[in-house]
Design a protein around this ligand. Structure first.
Ligand code: XIL
Length: 347
């Protein structure tokens, strides 16, 4: 009995050291950069400002960051006549110093709007001017520094109709096209994306988004691609064939695709923790494999770095562990699965 438990402890200890030395020798960034593939994570202000270990992981493992909250309308444009670029400027500087790309998130969304915008009604002309000035000031401030923008975020409902929001109600459906044109005028070199969730499989919403993107492109509106947030859960089995088919149809019309906000919830399963983490690892790697199967897909970005700061526990009200690094910043099975998928697919 004692002998057995000594043996199993030895096995565990050696597995730990094997994994540790694997992590010390390899990084997601190193394997991705060889093939110009973008591997990224979203960045939050407080750990960015206070946590050196968080920043060390960022620069070691990722060649891209997405600014998670600090470019949202209410944060960057808190008063009608004033902008606040302090935190995003620091993040952009950090990215430049470490030779990383930056994704700007997001110019037009129904959420995180400042009170000055929602507290009263504006005319169509006023709101059109407000949005144009907002987009051109923010994109203009980062001209040449932000590689890609989520120009419009979450504009569709699951049934494929446009979501009711102040932009649709006051400006009309053309707010989407106008936003792309204004962003392009402010920085002609930045890549411009439409971004949404539940749009990776083939369904009413993803069809509507594909048709919108295709039609914008055909009309010469400057759209470069579509982002797939990919907030996931191990208990919802995805249809990877459909995801591949979806990425392929974007490839066929010359638009890029990116996985922009991936995380995988484990809270809804009652399996033992180790099994849930294995299921999670599988979901990460299969999703990444679907991306890597299409030449349209050139980025894989997780929504956060470590489980310590993920938005999911706050959002769902339940404990979770949705990312690639655990709360002690140790790489999880999902990290290794992502590494292997990159290693297998990128030559
Ligand atoms: C989330 C952030 O992660 C949270 O910190 C914040 O409190 C709310 O917004 N889809 C999006 C992101 O496009 O902007 C959201 O980010 C998550 C869902």
């Amino acid at each position: 009995m004692i002998k057995k438990s000594i043996i199993s402890s030895c096995v565990l200890v050696s597995l730990f050291f094997l994994f540790k030395s694997f992590y010390e020798k390899n990084s997601l960034r190193e394997i991705s950069s060889k093939s110009n593939f973008n591997v990224g994570a979203s960045v939050l202000a407080s750990p960015f400002l206070e946590d050196e270990q968080y920043k060390n992981i960022l620069k070691r493992d990722f060649n891209l960051i997405t600014i998670e909250n600090d470019l949202k309308f209410a944060k960057v444009h808190p008063q009608r006549d004033s902008y606040n670029f302090v935190i995003p400027d620091l993040m952009v500087k950090f990215a430049k110093e470490n030779n990383m790309k930056v994704r700007g998130h997001t110019l037009v969304w129904h959420a995180t709007l400042p009170d000055w915008l929602t507290d009263r009604k504006y005319s169509k002309e006023e709101l059109t001017n407000i949005l144009k000035n907002h987009i051109q000031t923010v994109v203009g401030h980062y001209k040449g520094k932000i590689y890609a923008w989520d120009v419009v975020n979450e504009a569709y409902n699951d049934d494929g109709t446009l979501r009711e929001n102040i932009w649709l109600q006051t400006i009309g459906p053309e707010y989407i096209e106008l936003a792309f044109r204004w962003a392009h005028e402010a920085d002609p070199d930045a890549l411009l994306f439409y971004n949404d969730y539940s749009n990776e499989e083939i369904n009413k919403k993803s069809n509507a988004i594909f048709n919108m993107a295709k039609s914008l492109k055909e009309q010469g509106v400057p759209i470069d691609g579509v982002g797939f947030q990919m907030h996931s859960s191990i208990t919802y089995k995805k249809n990877y064939e459909q995801i591949k088919e979806n990425f392929k149809r974007y490839e066929n019309i010359g638009l890029k695709t990116q996985i922009t906000e991936m995380d995988v919830k484990i809270q809804h399963s009652n399996k033992p923790n180790q099994e849930r983490l294995q299921d999670q690892a599988k979901m990460y790697s299969e999703t990444l494999n679907a991306c890597l199967a299409s030449s349209s897909c050139n980025a894989f970005i997780t929504w956060g770095v470590t489980d310590k700061y993920s938005w999911i526990p706050d959002y769902t009200g339940k404990e979770d562990a949705p990312l690639l690094f655990d709360t002690d910043y140790k790489p999880k099975p999902s990290y290794k699965a992502v590494y292997r998928a990159l290693q297998k697919n990128l030559k």
